[in-house]
Design a protein. Sequence first.
Length: 170
Amino acid sequence: MRKPFTHDQTAPSKTEEYRKLYWKGYRFLNRERRLRYGRWYRSRPEYREYIRKYNAIHRDKIYERKNALRRMHAKRLKEEVFRHYSPSLICQNCGFADLRALSIDHVSGGGGSHRRAIGRERGGTLFYEWLKHNGYPIGYQVLCMNCQFIKRIESKEFSWCPRRSAEVLA
Ligand SMILES: [Zn+2]
């Protein structure tokens, strides 16, 4: 059988294409080994020291980059989750279409206590993550902030607050 590859890259049969394909195969077949090597490489004291210095010097840049990634992730996640409940990204009550002022509404109310129950009291991204990881449970809809607020008042969701509920009942 012919030798599949030699490091003699000057040989006429070893075209660029061939070499690319060969290394692609090599990377695929030796995935574990490469990961192991990477872990070892990064665990060396000199590399850790280098990284420590790099992080100290470029702290702002790294911080910025992480934040940008986080914002991008949050934006994508929001759109994905909202698209599930409202494919054309509009308020399902009035048709308002600016994603920035749309929110997920718990159809039967009690969204706040539910979010607290699942440990996502901050809402937003964490709550969207929960929805996604739970296979988009039914009982939620997309409403704009106006409709959300009007619904809250009409359904007296503020009944826990004596002042607010007095206002609503008045
Ligand atoms: Zn609306």
